[in-house]
Design a protein around this ligand. Structure first.
Ligand code: CO
Length: 146
């Protein structure tokens, strides 16, 4: 496997609305998506774009995630860090199933089966115990138009 681009940094927040205001008014973000619910993942999501480094292509995003529902997988994170904080990083790969087989062969624990993530392409997470403590999302790269 060859490491792909950093697609996004996941940031957990108790309030997406407050975080949007922060990224817009303090960080100067000019491209902020509409928040949307992702019930299958137990989160409400909003993407904040950073510009591409070369002036073309896709920049890296900040993925704001707010707990959605009592069983949200990030509810515990917010209870431990009530102000929110960095939650995960996400790298792109060309083929999600090849990537899963690769990490399993390396002895890194894959959390669950590939499933459709917030960008509409398959994702899985790697257990932080196998990644130097960083919760890592692996995402099949979106096709053209994303
Ligand atoms: Co993510």
């Amino acid at each position: 496997m060859i490491l792909g681009r950093l697609n996004h940094v996941g940031v957990a927040t108790p309030s997406i609305d407050d975080s949007i205001a922060f990224y817009r008014d303090v960080m100067g973000a000019t491209a902020i998506g509409e928040p949307f619910d992702l019930p299958a993942q137990g989160v409400r999501v909003c993407f904040v774009d950073t510009p591409p480094s070369t002036g073309s292509g896709r920049g890296t995003q900040i993925e704001l995630i707010e707990p959605l529902g009592d069983a949200s997988p990030i509810r515990g994170f917010i209870e431990k860090s009530p102000a929110g904080g960095q939650h995960h990083v996400c790298y792109e790969v060309p083929d999600i199933h090849a990537a899963k087989a690769w990490f399993e062969a390396k002895g890194v624990r894959v959390l669950g089966e590939p499933r459709i993530g917030a960008h509409g392409t398959p994702i899985f997470f790697l257990h932080p115990r196998g990644t130097g403590g960083v919760l890592t999302e692996i995402m099949e790269a979106p096709g053209d138009g994303h």
